[in-house]
Ligand binder design. Sequence first.
Ligand code: PLP
Length: 396
Amino acid sequence: MDAKTIIDQTEKYYLPVFGRYQLALTHGKGCKLYDADGNEYLDFLAGIAVNSLGHAHPALVKAISEQAAKLMHCSNIYYTDIQAKAVKEIIETTGFDRVFLANSGAEANEGAIKLARKYGHQKNEGKYRIITAVHSFHGRTMMTVTATGQPKYQQGYEPLPAGFDYVPYGDLEALREAMDEDVCCVLLEPIQGEGGVHVPSDTYLREARLLCDKYDALLVFDEIQTGVARTGKWFAYMHSGVKPDIMTFAKGIGGGFPVGGFVVTERLAHVFKPGDHGGTFGGNALACAAIYATLTTIKNENIVEQTAEKGAYFKKKLEFLMAKYPDKVIEIRGCGLILGMELAKDGKEVVEACLKRQVIVNCTAGNVIRLVPPLIVTKEEIDQAVAALDAALAEF
Ligand SMILES: *Cc1c(COP(=O)(O)O)cnc(C)c1O
């Protein structure tokens, strides 16, 4: 199919919920993507921090193909070897004790919130309040869209689930005021992704931990975007050393295969009793093959360390751009390969100017160019993307 046919046919049948670019992609290799007309693009979005190993990584392709030929799915009422291998790998890389597997980020957070509610109810009936941050993003199900501290995602879906309160991100005083014995959990992204790549202080996260301890509330980190080496550590919480009680993950952990889940510390291992939570597909054999291949490849190829190093290189280059265009670039934020370039105005033009130069970047929160390339990106590819951004900013 040519690009026009692909686009027209999709527009005819798919619900119009996405604002899509006029780009019909057919395949990818490493950090490159190719469209139906044969054009090549440099991918600095990685499917929104999903394709951690880039496109068509041989180890991931092999793992998924071999598993598909063996066993794709059987119910979670049985055991599989690949699930046993995947969960051990998750526990070793996250530093937690127990895991639950689902199929998406929203489902991961949904499960984490349910566990926190159950935990609260076991203490007393009134302990159900959930505190989240303004400008957070936690997903699109009713529960997670309510957790998301952005009214634009909630409007029209009322009545929303009760018991959610929102505090400005990074504002310790506001969090202190919101806390009391009724809170069952505080749900935070250790770096806000969708909200514009906002990095809080270590003090904020440390104090959030202390407040949760004080009120016997669970601290939940949503690491769906920041997890799996993205920030230059296995998980973002490892920068501050503030360990949550529950951590959710999704996006990058399947390398492109849809998976999500959450890990908990041993003290929460038995909050859910058999039958309390579940799912048909979560942790199925194919998904576990993707998780296992992604995590072991990251480990074997030292991708965590390289992400930290390449991220620092990239950030420095972006800071040069900020110095070159002081009226246009306000701030560079982030660490590892989740970087944000805040612009003085709406960033749509910059995204389009980069696309014209065959570099795919994304704009979030209106004026923040979010750079989340595959973790296997090379310095040459970073230079290429920076050159495109440079040209785009010159026109901006
Ligand atoms: C993407 C994202 C989600 C939602 O994940 P889905 O797989 O789209 O449901 C939740 N939280 C954060 C921080 C995210 O970046």
